[in-house]
Design a binder for this molecule. Structure first.
Ligand code: V3L
Length: 85
């Protein structure tokens, strides 16, 4: 359940953590050396491209956010749109 790494996506002025399930899926795909990972997020299908470090919405490819894999202690806005602290 706990990981050495956390995946983040870009918000307006900071980074959001992915929810735990998505984080597990991303990390597993990444360590397997896959080039991307498909995720269902807030009701829409997205693709996270590990080569470009981008999250792209599949039904509107103009909807793009930067992603990063970093320490779980990186300052963040919260988890999957839920603000913390
Ligand atoms: N996990 C959860 N929700 C997401 C994700 C994700 N990985 N990606 C997009 N959404 P788009 P501020 C985000 C949501 O990229 O104030 C945040 O989680 C996204 O939510 O255009 O700008 C916040 O809830 C957005 O509501 O396809 O930092 C919210 O934005 C919707 O999917 C505001 O964050 C469309 O995103």
């Amino acid at each position: 359940r706990n990981h050495d790494y956390q995946w983040y996506y870009e918000g307006r002025n900071g980074w959001w953590k992915y929810d735990e399930r998505s984080n597990c899926d991303l990390e597993a795909a990444f360590v397997r050396g896959e080039k991307d990972c498909k995720l269902l997020l807030a009701g829409a299908l997205y693709r996270v491209d590990f080569e470009k470090n981008l999250q792209v919405r599949q039904n509107d490819q103009t909807k793009r956010r930067r992603v990063r894999r970093d320490m779980p202690t990186l300052p963040s806005k919260g988890i999957a749109g839920i603000k913390t602290s």
